[in-house]
Design a protein around this ligand. Structure first.
Ligand SMILES: Nc1nc2c(c(=O)[nH]1)N[C@H]1C(S)=C(S)[C@@H](COP(=O)(O)O)O[C@H]1N2
Ligand SMILES: [Mo]
Length: 383
């Protein structure tokens, strides 16, 4: 099967309708053609530059400069710095309510049956204020998490699977300073989802320290916080895991109806919400192109649409490389764009008919986690 057929098959599997797949003979997705010029967003301050990636630091990407399906420039976030784990003595330990506790070196993990997946994700704190630059999409290689859990044999009493990173931080809890590892948990049911992986390669290279060397978790369809970097221990227990990144931080507070009663609801950031954003408008000769991406939890999409200056929604074209858990790059060719200021916005709809809402129609939200409302962009078309 050719690469084109393969990606087409992936896309159809992801439920993207055949009508949305363009005839794309060699069209350069995101990469700028010779002479293609990027138009100025009026909502981005002049000189905005989130800067280069630096050791140990948060790295926001400039979404106007996305230039490939697999991110060369992938965002970076961590809360306790970036630990340098010794790869030669590295061990992944599987403990707790299992029939056999297991321990693997990196070579032993690499010797298990490997597989690859394209997956994109964003930080649960990504949003309009950084023009959605806490995002990336990569080809990951590793092993199946459920296969590993099956090898260990999760006992019937096991309820929750906790994933610990090798990074530690001091937390003040009830007036006491304690050393805690970064950790996140999943229910056993969520942990057994067939696409979950333990990965050691990103875009064909061993994971670098920024992204979790030597090994990280990958839960496709979840926000970045689920993908524990520098993974050292997996522990099965019969109680709910409590910790900063499950119970206090990465907790969304919003006002919702609960069985007919209005209540303030807190939830751990988990599955990605359905969203799309426009990240670039460019000009080539007399034509203009609007480009962006969509993300969600892996539910197949029905459409991505763009509206210009409040006009009718127009069907955008989705990159044929897109697959179930990758980001979905899209573009719309804009003919007859008049010089001057315009407002453009995108919205995505999944096969269940859920459409990305305008921000004002979403429940009142106090925390900045999970920002997924429509994001109107103001752009200047040059004469
Ligand atoms: N061990 C560990 N894993 C972690 C984190 C962390 O602080 N420590 N941060 C999480 C968060 S909040 C995000 S958004 C993603 C970022 O992954 P990336 O830096 O590879 O883009 O890693 C997650 N995994
Ligand atoms: Mo995050």
């Amino acid at each position: 099967m050719t690469a084109d057929n393969e990606s087409r098959r992936q896309l159809l599997k992801a439920g993207v309708g055949a009508g949305l797949i363009a005839a794309t003979s060699g069209f350069p997705w995101f990469a700028l053609a010779q002479g293609e010029r990027v138009m100025r967003f009026l909502d981005v301050p002049d000189g905005y530059d989130p800067g280069q990636r630096q050791p140990g630091r948060t790295h926001i990407i400039d979404t106007r400069q996305i230039n490939s399906f697999h991110s060369h420039d992938f965002y970076v976030v961590q809360h306790y710095g970036q630990p340098e784990l010794d790869v030669s003595s590295y061990k992944l330990n599987l403990t707790g309510l299992v029939d056999r506790e297991l321990s693997f070196t990196l070579d032993e993990l690499r010797a298990l049956p490997g597989k690859e997946i394209d997956a994109g994700f964003e930080c649960g704190g990504n949003g309009n204020r950084m023009f959605h630059g806490l995002v990336g999409n990569a080809r990951w290689r590793g092993i199946s998490l459920p296969a590993l859990l099956e090898q260990a044999g999760v006992q019937a009493a096991g309820r929750e699977v906790v994933f610990f990173g090798g990074d530690m931080g001091t937390e003040e809890i009830r007036g006491r300073q304690v050393e805690k590892a970064f950790a996140r948990s999943l229910s056993v049911e969520d942990a057994m989802r067939p696409d979950n992986m333990i990965v050691y390669e990103m875009n064909g290279q061993p994971l670098d320290v920024h992204h979790g060397r030597p090994v990280r978790l990958l839960i496709p369809g979840f926000y970045g916080v689920a993908n524990v970097k520098w993974l050292t221990q997996i522990h099965v227990q019969d109680t709910r895991y409590m910790g900063r990144f499950m119970g206090r931080d990465y907790v969304t507070l919003k006002r919702e109806m609960v069985g007919g009663q209005e209540r303030w609801v807190e939830n751990s950031v988990a599955r990605m919400n359905l969203k799309s954003v426009i990240v670039r408008v460019s000009q080539l000769g007399n034509s203009h192109r609007i480009s962006g991406f969509a993300l969600n939890d892996g539910t197949p999409l029905r459409s991505i649409e763009v509206s210009i200056d409040g006009g009718a929604w127009q069907q955008a074209t989705i990159d044929p490389q897109a697959s179930q858990y990758s980001w979905k790059p899209f573009h719309l060719d804009w003919s007859g764009a008049a010089p001057g200021e315009h407002t453009i916005v995108s919205r995505v709809t999944d096969i269940n008919g859920h459409t990305q809402a305008v921000a004002e129609d979403l429940p009142e939200r106090v925390s900045y986690w999970e920002e997924f409302g429509q994001f109107p962009r103001r752009v200047m078309i040059e004469a």
